[in-house]
Design a protein around this ligand. Structure first.
Ligand SMILES: Cc1cc2nc3c(=O)[nH]c(=O)nc-3n(C[C@H](O)[C@H](O)[C@H](O)COP(=O)(O)OP(=O)(O)OC[C@H]3O[C@@H](n4cnc5c(N)ncnc54)[C@H](O)[C@@H]3O)c2cc1C
Length: 486
C-alpha cells in the first residue's frame, strides 16, 4: 500500500499492512530477549505469525550476562501481559509479584519457560544472527513498488552458514548489550584499546562471584561514572577487603562528581543518593583511588604485561585489569540497507529523542509510546525494546511491553488499539518502592524511585551520562495517543 500525500514513500508514517503481497509471510523479530519474546506473544494473540531470530544459544542472553545483578523493578513490572496469558494457559505460576529477580531469575523463571511453550518453541530460531535486512529486489534508493515488497533478512547460524528469511514486517528488538561503548573518551576506542581487549571487561563483571579469581589481588581500573561503574567500584572495594593486594582505581572524565555521588539524604532519588554516598566514603577513606579528570586516551602494555593507561590530561595509571562501563550503543550495522529516521545523537527514533536526551534530563521521562513513534520510514519496520532508546540509558521493560503490544495491534490492522495507551503503572514508577536495594541492584541502574516526579523533567544535565541509571519516569500515563511521526 502506498502512502498518502503524493506517494512519498519516505514518510515515516507506517502504512497498514492489509493487502500487501507479503501479507502471508511471518513477522520477523530480531532478538530473543524479553521484548522480542513479548512481541511474539502479542503477535500470536493477534493471530499473526512471528519468527524470533536469536543470535545466542538461548533466549535472554543479555540478562544472563548480568545474571548476578538483582533487577531494580519487581516481577510485577517485568512480565508482559500477553506472555503471562500464554504461560498461564500452560499451568505456569508467576513468581511473587513484589519480589526482585536477578537477571538469571528473569531467564530461569520467565523467559526460558516462555520460550519452551510449544507456541513459541517452533517459532524460535536460536544461534541465528541476523547480519542484514533489505526490501527484496528493492535497494535502498528505489521507490517504485517498494512497500509491496517483503523484507529479506540474511542470517548466519553458529557455524557461519548463511541463510535467508522473507518477512512481511520486522521488529528489531536486538538490544544494546552486545555493543558497549569503548574506554576512549572521544567515543572512539583509545589507542591500543583493541590490542588490550584480553584485559578489559565491559559492563558489570561478577566481581564477588564468578569473576572473583580474575580480580582478586589485582590492580583494577574502572572507567565510567554511571551506576554500573559505581556498583563495580563498590563490589571491588568489598573484594579488596577480602583479597589482599586488590587495588581499586577509578577513572572519571570530570572532577564534577556530584552526579555520581548524588545528593545524599537530600537527593531527590534516595537510593541513588545512598549508593553515591557509599562511593564517596570509599574515595574519601582511600579504599578507591580516584583519578579525575582522566579522559582515557591510550593503553600501552608494560614490559611486565601490565596496562599503562594514559589520559588526555597527561595522567597515567597502571593496572592489571580494566572494567569499562561507559554506556551501550545500538548496533545499526544490520540496518544499513533500510530507510531509517533516527536522532543523529542518540540513534533512537527521532520522535523519542527529546524525551530521553541525557543532555536535558538526568533521568529519562518518556510517555508510553508505540507503533506510531517507533515506525521507520521503511514501512513495516519497527524498533522496540532497549535498542529503541539508542544511546539513552533509561529504558524500562514495562515500556518495551507497551511498545510491542502497540506494534502487534498495528500489524493486525487494529489502529485504534495501536494508538491507545494501555501501560498502567503507578504514579510512583516501577522501581524499588520503599525497599533498601541490594548493592548490586543499585549498581545496575536505579535512579528511579517512588519520588521521581512523573512527567517532570529532571534539571538540565551539565555532564550528560553515557552510562546512567534508569528512571521510573517512563511510567507516566497519557490519555491522548501521540500523533504519528511526520
Ligand atoms: C544490569 C541491568 C539491569 C537492568 N534492570 C532492569 C530492571 O530492573 N527493570 C527494567 O525495566 N529494565 C532493566 N534493565 C533494562 C532492560 O529492561 C534490559 O536491558 C532488557 O534486557 C532489555 O530487553 P530487550 O529485549 O530490549 O534487549 P536484550 O535483553 O538485550 O535482548 C536482545 C537480544 O537480541 C539478540 N541479538 C542482538 N543482535 C542480534 C542479531 N543481529 N540477530 C539476532 N539476535 C540478536 C541478543 O543476543 C539478545 O538476546 C536493566 C538493564 C541492565 C543492563
Amino acid at each position: 500500500m502506498s502512502s498518502c500525500c503524493g506517494g512519498d514513500s519516505r514518510s515515516p508514517r507506517p502504512e497498514t499492512p492489509e493487502g500487501e503481497a507479503s501479507g502471508a509471510l511471518p513477522v520477523a523479530i530480531i532478538g530473543g530477549g524479553p521484548v522480542g519474546l513479548a512481541a511474539a506473544a502479542h503477535l500470536l494473540e493477534r493471530g499473526l505469525e512471528p519468527v524470533v531470530l536469536e543470535a545466542g544459544p538461548s533466549v535472554g542472553t543479555a540478562p544472563l550476562a548480568w545474571g548476578h545483578v538483582p533487577m531494580f523493578s519487581p516481577w510485577r513490572y517485568n512480565i508482559d501481559r500477553a506472555a503471562r496469558t500464554l504461560l498461564e494457559r500452560h499451568g505456569w505460576t508467576a513468581p511473587e509479584a513484589e519480589t526482585f529477580p536477578t537477571g538469571r531469575d528473569l531467564v530461569a523463571r520467565y523467559l526460558a519457560p516462555l520460550a519452551a511453550l510449544p507456541e513459541l518453541a517452533r517459532r524460535l530460531r536460536l544461534n541465528t544472527r541476523v547480519t542484514a535486512l533489505a526490501r527484496l529486489r528493492a535497494g535502498k534508493v528505489r521507490n517504485a513498488g517498494r512497500e509491496a515488497q517483503p523484507f529479506e533478512l540474511r542470517y548466519e547460524d553458529a557455524q557461519g552458514k548463511p541463510g535467508r528469511l522473507l518477512a512481511r514486517a520486522v521488529i528489531v528488538a536486538s538490544g544494546t548489550w552486545g555493543n558497549p561503548s569503548p574506554a576512549g573518551s572521544s567515543g572512539l576506542p583509545a589507542i591500543g584499546e583493541r590490542e588490550a581487549a584480553g584485559r578489559i571487561r565491559h559492563g558489570m563483571p561478577d566481581v564477588l562471584g564468578a569473576d572473583r579469581a580474575r580480580y582478586a589481588g589485582k590492580r583494577v581500573l574502572v572507567v565510567g561514572s554511571g551506576h554500573s561503574a559505581i556498583g563495580t567500584l563498590i563490589d571491588l572495594a568489598a573484594l579488596a577487603g577480602q583479597a589482599p593486594g586488590t587495588a581499586v582505581l577509578w577513572a572519571a572524565r570530570s572532577t564534577a562528581l556530584d552526579r555520581a555521588y548524588g545528593g545524599g539524604a537530600a537527593d531527590q532519588l534516595p537510593e541513588r543518593g545512598a549508593l553515591g554516598q557509599r562511593l564517596r566514603h570509599l574515595v574519601e577513606t582511600g579504599a578507591v583511588t580516584l583519578l579525575a579528570p582522566f579522559s582515557v586516551d591510550e593503553i600501552r602494555r608494560g614490559a611486565d604485561g601490565s596496562l599503562q593507561v594514559l589520559s588526555l590530561e597527561g595522567g597515567r595509571a597502571e593496572a592489571d585489569e580494566m572494567v569499562v562501563a561507559t554506556g551501550l550503543r545500538p548496533d545499526l550495522g544490520i540496518l544499513g540497507e533500510v530507510r531509517l529516521d533516527l536522532d543523529p545523537a542518540l540513534e533512537c527514533p527521532r520522535v523519542l529523542a527529546p524525551l530521553i536526551d541525557p543532555n536535558l534530563h538526568s533521568c529519562g521521562t518518556v510517555r508510553p509510546h508505540g507503533a506510531m513513534e517507533l515506525a521507520q520510514p521503511e514501512a513495516g519496520l519497527f524498533l522496540a525494546g532497549m535498542v529503541s532508546y539508542g544511546r539513552a540509558p533509561t529504558f524500562l521493560l514495562a515500556t518495551g511491553h507497551e511498545q510491542v503490544r502497540s506494534i502487534a495491534a498495528f500489524l493486525a490492522g487494529d489502529l485504534e488499539a495501536a494508538r491507545r495507551v494501555e501501560l498502567d503503572l503507578p504514579q510512583t514508577g516501577v522501581c524499588s518502592a520503599g525497599r533498601a536495594l541490594p548493592e548490586a541492584a543499585e549498581a545496575a541502574a536505579p535512579c528511579c524511585t517512588p519520588t521521581t516526579p512523573q512527567g517532570a523533567c529532571c534539571p538540565p544535565n551539565p555532564e550528560p551520562a553515557e552510562e546512567a541509571p534508569c528512571c521510573g519516569g517512563a511510567a507516566r500515563r497519557e490519555a491522548a495517543p501521540a500523533e504519528p511521526a511526520e
